[in-house]
Design a protein around this ligand. Sequence first.
Ligand code: ADP
Ligand code: MG
Length: 567
Amino acid sequence: PSSVETLEFQAETRQLLRLVIHSIYSNKDIFLRELISNASDALDKLRLASLTDASLSEADTSDLQISLEVDKDARTLTVRDNGIGMTRDDLVELIGTIAKSGTASLLEKIKESKDAATTESLIGQFGVGFYSAFMVADKVTVHTRRAGTDSGTQWESDGEGSYTIQAADDLPVGTSVTLHLKPADSEDGLADYLSESKIRQIVKRYSDFIRWPIRMAADRTDADGEATSDLDTLNSMKALWARPRSEVTEDEYNEFYQQISHDWLPPAETIHMRAEGTFEYEALLFIPAQAPFDLYSRESKSGVQLYVKRVFIMDDCEALMPNYLRFVKGVVDAHDLSLNVSRELLQHDRQIQGVRRRLVKKVLGALKGMQDKDTERYTKVWAQFGRALKEGLLEDTDNTEALLELVSATSTHDPEKTTTLREYVERMKDGQDTIYYLTGETRAMVENSPHMEAFTAKGYEVLILTDPIDEVWVDQVPAFDGHRLQSIAKGQVDLDDTADDETETDADKAQREQDFAALLPWLTTTLSDHIKQVRLSSRLTTSAACIVGDAHDVTPTLEKMYRAMGQ
Ligand code: ADP
Ligand code: MG
């Protein structure tokens, strides 16, 4: 007869358990994700051990799987794996104590935290793992036998202060965790975890890409009306991003994209990468062909999901993609993060910041590649996402050059086609070192502007910028490829410096100034409510006068935009 030992949880474990049980997490469904992830780790470990340990029998390492078992009468849910298993000492050490450093100080912070959200995020950084079982169960029983050992162990606890341990005979290799479920309680966020459909739903959402089969008995009635029970595999096990690029077909990429984005079109571009080294991850990103209707609304969210070793962690992971690239969809699977990593923690994690920098470079590089190789496709993508990318010129000064390379704009050069800044620069006249532009509400308004006259007459190309955000970024960006951007409606544009058809002599100029000596002060006084100064200009050819802003003035379009935004 084996004796039952009763052991106390370590003090910190006890505190943590109390926090977990008393509903730290609003989302209780994640307990299953945690247990499945542990089972998956245990299967990984056994497979790895079998490669080096010849004593592990063939039988021990075949048909590795995770199974979920529901017993409605007993009200239990069991998560079983035939993985590496645990010894008695493993159980005491791994489940009875928290070996993680910083536990004490974390608990201190949690005690001081004032609101549930802070508490949740702090505990999330820590990762409750196995203990999350106590969110949904009032008793948990573990049966486990370590591979390569002969005897097993039973562990049991109600999560309060102590647990019992005893030897258990005739156990298969691996671990089963049996949850004696609390009654469903929608107010507490406790679903009916005995329900087959609920279990399927949770597995699909959080564990679909786990690379081991997750099986569950499905009760069915066959053609003769007999009750039968089959084992169903609940997860697809397909982690497309973990497969080598050369082995994934375009159809598979497209199908996956459509599944995660709910888009009905294939993506315009697919980016698949793997980073090795100190922080390993895989990323599979897509640039859609079409912008979602709400891309420019305040509610628009990041489109990147975070996984940790095939386990789904969160949607809309804004820490991985800057706001202006919110249209990028996809998955990042990081190998060395806690499953309970919180959004707050991710925002400040240096390694995640490094991943984000790298992903941004990849996306901008892919867009550049498209621009170089497939202009037609690029033009369509720019039409969809150009405005978002221009936001990048305001947000992401690290990538100003790369973003400026991507800018497409209409110009006076060719009314049919857009131009890049690079192409503009290549067409610049001898001696011209400034990129000229004019902003306005419509192309027609800009083209007919009196400001345009001298430039058109002298053959200078002018960019025609009609997107409200153009007003903002042109002001922020100092130069492209060493060439200043200059509005032809602002400040003094000195065309004479570069004009090759200079005809007015200094004497002519002096004469002209004398001719208008009386008119200018009169105009200035008469119009003083509206303007600062009236001066003679060489910028007009057919119009008599035009209004020019100060170099740092808010332009009329921008004024309108601010007014529309209620500022
Ligand atoms: P983590 O998974 O982050 O290490 P957990 O609290 O989820 O933290 O689990 C603690 C430890 O217990 C695991 O690291 C593992 O060593 C052990 N363990 C948990 N579940 C199993 C299992 N099904 N099979 C083998 N070992 C397990
Ligand atoms: Mg775990």
